[in-house]
Design a protein around this ligand. Structure first.
Ligand SMILES: [Zn+2]
Length: 461
């Protein structure tokens, strides 16, 4: 016990411990079991009471207190962490034949008659991470890095609301768990709306945004972005024998760690293929990005027998979905003027089906990008959706370019008001300098109307 805590009354210490346990329990009910018992308002009241107690008695603050999620001091650089058990990579397959070949390799590696059973999981398009708990308390998070060593991102990961700071159930002394940090589409949309209002270019996709968020040196900035985490593996635990992957997932859940509700056991490779096909067509219904499935041999004994190559385990394989790309005709290029006066080239397309929606327009980002990709009116283009809200033009198809296609000229004046335009200091964005530009006024009005509506919504709920 420290000198400070000795001066804190017993009843305050007890209340503090109770509040932490309660907050952890309600977080877990909310995030892991999706069965909250109290309202957000009541939850915030518990958190506030704890904050007030800690403020009055700073000696009570511990790193695993739920109040510490909001982010500690900024770092100047990330420390490097060596993974005690290397994080191996996973081999990829791209079609049914390759997946069947994987099944045959697994069978050959096992004793005759020892048929494998598989577990199929969604392959989250996020950032792989390894976390360490000691005596049930969260102590460290490290990115995968090169598999041998990664960045210490403990403080940033601490801000994830669905992550327990204390494990429930009966956790071992040391627990090293692996999973994926990711961002939901809804959150990316929210961030992009804020960026648009601030006149900043949008974030491209959830995976890059997640990686970028984990690399922020100031945890307080991280706390302002909502990232999520899901777990799918445990490093070997001393004295504990988990007999199957399915049991591992159950163990994770029993400790209060979020796992995917979409993982399924598959008795045969045909079942695996069915599940893969199903998710390939249903991926657009999820509110986060997946780029395939991960197929694992379930039995721990079979895994040991199969072992690993120097690069990756022989008992696991990824099944990658084909990229969501479509070809269509670029009818024309138009120029949009945003409320900060930024001129953005937009591809007006022959409508085409892509990933569950009909796409008529795609972004060309900026004029530098347009020139780099050399996209012209009349071109056949490939458009892609990879977690982006707005599809983007990947490239033009050179062999399908009509002879008369001309380079799109850099606008010499604002397309809305005819006002003077200039490149920004970085030379990427073209801006209209006219403060009375109708497009900018309209944009500002919409911005304030939106901001006002949001304020009202907050006040009435
Ligand atoms: Zn203008």
């Amino acid at each position: 016990m420290t000198a400070t805590s000795r001066t804190i009354p017993d009843d305050v210490q007890r209340r503090c411990a109770n509040l932490r346990a309660e907050i952890e329990r309600h977080s877990r009910l909310y995030y892991v079991e999706a069965a909250p018992e109290i309202s957000d308002f009541e939850f915030d009241a518990l958190l506030r009471e704890l904050q007030d107690l800690e403020k009055a008695h700073p000696g009570l603050i511990t790193p695993d207190s739920p109040t510490q999620r909001v982010g500690g001091a900024a770092l100047t650089e990330f420390e490097t962490v060596r993974h005690e058990v290397p994080m191996l990579s996973i081999d990829n397959t791209y079609n049914a034949d390759e997946l069947r070949a994987f099944d045959e390799r697994v069978r050959r590696g096992l004793e005759a008659g020892d048929a494998p059973r598989y577990v199929a999981e969604l392959k989250m398009d996020g950032v792989a991470i390894s976390l360490r708990y000691e005596r049930g308390a969260y102590v460290r998070a490290a990115t995968r890095g090169d598999g041998e060593q990664g960045d210490n991102v403990t403080e940033n990961v601490r801000t994830i609301r669905s992550l327990p700071m204390r494990l429930g159930g009966n956790p071992p002394d040391v627990l090293e768990v692996r999973g994926e940090v990711y961002m939901r589409h809804q959150e990316l949309q929210r961030l992009n709306q804020l960026r648009e209002e601030a006149g900043e270019p949008p974030l491209a996709n959830p995976r890059n945004t997640t990686a970028g968020t984990l690399k922020l040196l100031d945890p307080r900035q991280v706390a302002q972005r909502k990232i999520d985490i899901v777990f799918y593996d445990v490093a070997p635990i001393e004295g504990v024998e988990l007999t199957s992957h399915w049991e591992t997932l159950a163990k994770l859940r029993s400790c209060g760690l979020p796992t995917s509700s979409h993982s399924v056991q598959c008795p045969t490779i045909d079942d695996v293929l069915r599940v893969c096909n199903e998710w390939e067509s249903r991926r657009a219904t999820l509110d986060f990005e997946i780029d395939g499935m991960v197929i694992k041999v379930d039995s721990a004994a079979q895994r040991r027998r199969l072992g690993a190559t120097s690069k990756s385990p022989r008992w696991v394989i990824a099944y990658k979905f084909p990229a969501q790309v479509a070809r269509t005709l670029l009818r024309s290029i138009t120029v949009q003027v945003g409320k900060t006066g930024t001129l953005t080239p937009v591809a007006e397309l022959e409508p085409v089906h892509l990933a569950g929606t009909v796409v008529k327009r795609a972004t060309l980002h900026n004029f530098e990008e347009l020139a780099r990709k050399d996209v012209r009116e009349g071109d056949t283009v490939e458009i892609q959706k990879a977690g982006e809200i707005i599809p983007q033009v990947l490239r033009h198809v050179p062999e399908l370019r009509p002879g008369k296609a001309k380079e799109f000229p850099l606008p010499s004046a604002c397309t809305e008001c005819g006002g003077e335009v200039r490149k920004d200091p970085e030379g990427v964005y073209l801006r209209c300098l006219n403060v009375a530009c109708p497009a900018q006024i309209k944009g500002r009005l919409e911005h304030w109307r939106g901001a006002w509506r949001r304020t009202r919504r907050r006040c009435t709920t």
